[in-house]
Design a protein around this ligand. Structure first.
Ligand code: GLV
Ligand code: MN
Ligand code: MN
Length: 417
């Protein structure tokens, strides 16, 4: 390892990284060590302010693009070189943990500070990005900030998406940008030289195998749909059951059909209905309208394609009394990361003598979209019992710091190419 790289790695400060994680965990804290920091909420604005203040305290430039992604930049020596990027997201699930997403942003900032303290110059600028609305818990679908930034999704197509209260994303985004300190403007799809995202594993393998670093080779495919079932409301006491157009009853039939479709003896298919809205949602009225989400994932391209195609026919066939509308909201094919960036992360883990293994990701990440526009890979660190999207999500300060050290070394190698 080069001397200046070793110096920067040594300056990664485990206590500073942990304190910052705990500071961010105060924003949107809810009982049980949990956070609720929905995209474009008041809590999201506060997290943005804190990140901007930390970046500016070190003299790093900050910019935002049209979907509110934030970019923190340490300049390079070549004015024409595109940035080497790292980062993740600051929004959380409604009952999310203290590490999902925010770890990748703060590990990136820690790497940038360590590199700065070591006085290491790099040919490429290095940028930390905080992607908007990665979780999709408030505004579906997930990984929206990176999809819009890389032009995989048009900005205009997401502005009208509404949350459960009927608030449009465009409105919440405008309020967020207006409430955040003024920063430079970053155009969408600006060139990037490479991207590395650090994240907790959100699964049990690293902990089970006593490994500190996961060298992530790719992400499984996923499909999201909104299914709407339209029936007719009626009096629960007087309307004969036989003649009803009960949207909830047909939804349950549809969900059972989807469970049968995705049944898999190897337990590789991931199938989830996680969101359901029922109108009028009253015990003594037949439901007139139901909306539910479908999330289905698989690592094999042919299998996820087959399952994705089968969702709408299965729902239509099962909903016998109502009309249905099935809207695909996310279509991500399985993605393989760049072998050169994967090797670079593995070399860094080896040089730092950290136990590591290659592994795929079951969860989706913004790295999936960055992989379409530049060489990309990810670093995983263990989390307790693999628990995530749950209040009990936990990770060890020393593992989080180890991931930031690997990130620092890998960023320096890529930024000096
Ligand atoms: C991201 O949180 C995902 O749904 O995988
Ligand atoms: Mn995440
Ligand atoms: Mn998540």
């Amino acid at each position: 390892m080069r001397e200046d790289t070793q110096d920067a790695v040594n300056r990664v400060d485990q206590a500073r990284l942990w304190q910052r994680l705990m500071r961010m965990a105060e924003i949107g804290a809810i009982p049980g060590n949990s956070v609720n920091r929905a995209a474009f909420s008041r809590e999201d604005v506060e997290a943005r302010k804190v990140l901007i203040s930390w970046a500016r305290a070190r003299g790093f430039a900050v910019a935002a693009d049209a979907i509110g992604n934030l970019f923190v930049r340490r300049a390079g020596t070549d004015p024409h070189a595109a940035p080497v990027m790292t980062g993740s997201h600051m929004d959380s699930q409604p009952r999310g943990g203290r590490f999902d997403g925010i770890y990748g942003v703060l590990a990136g900032l820690e790497a940038l500070e360590a590199i700065d303290e070591a006085g290491a110059s790099t040919r490429h600028p290095i940028e930390v990005v905080a992607w908007s609305n990665e979780e999709g818990g408030r505004f579906a679908p997930c990984t929206m900030g990176s999809a819009v930034h890389t032009r995989a999704r048009a900005l205009d197509d997401v502005l009208a998406v509404t949350d459960n209260e009927g608030i449009a994303l465009g409105h919440a985004l405008a309020e967020t940008l207006a409430s955040t300190p003024a920063v430079d403007t970053r155009e969408l799809n600006a060139p990037a030289a490479a991207y590395i995202e650090a994240h907790i594993e959100q699964g049990p393998l690293l902990e089970q195998e006593d490994k500190t670093i996961g060298v992530v080779t790719g992400i499984q495919g996923l499909r999201w749909f909104n299914v709407e079932v339209f029936g007719e409301t009626a009096h629960a006491g007087t309307t004969p059951v036989g003649g009803r157009k009960d949207a909830l009853r047909d939804s349950i039939a549809a969900i059972n059909a989807l469970h049968a479709l995705t049944k898999d003896d190897t337990d590789t298919v991931r199938f989830t209905i996680g969101r359901m809205l029922v109108i009028p949602n009253s015990p003594n009225s037949v439901a007139s309208h139901v909306l539910f989400s479908v999330d289905v994932r698989h690592p094999d391209p042919a299998t996820i394609a087959r399952l994705g195609e089968a969702v709408e026919p299965a729902v239509r066939n099962a909903a016998q009394h109502c009309t249905v509308k099935v809207t695909p909201t996310l279509h991500d094919d399985p993605c393989a990361f760049d072998p050169g960036v994967v090797d670079c992360i593995e070399r860094a883990a080896q040089a730092l003598k950290l136990p590591h293994r290659r592994m795929p990701s079951g969860a989706s990440h913004d790295a999936m979209y960055m992989a379409r526009v530049c060489p990309t890979a990810m670093i995983f660190v263990p989390c307790e019992r693999g628990i995530s999207h749950n209040e009990a999500e936990n990770a060890k300060p020393e593992d989080l710091a180890a991931g930031a050290r690997v990130l620092t070394a890998a960023l320096l190698e890529l930024a000096n190419r």
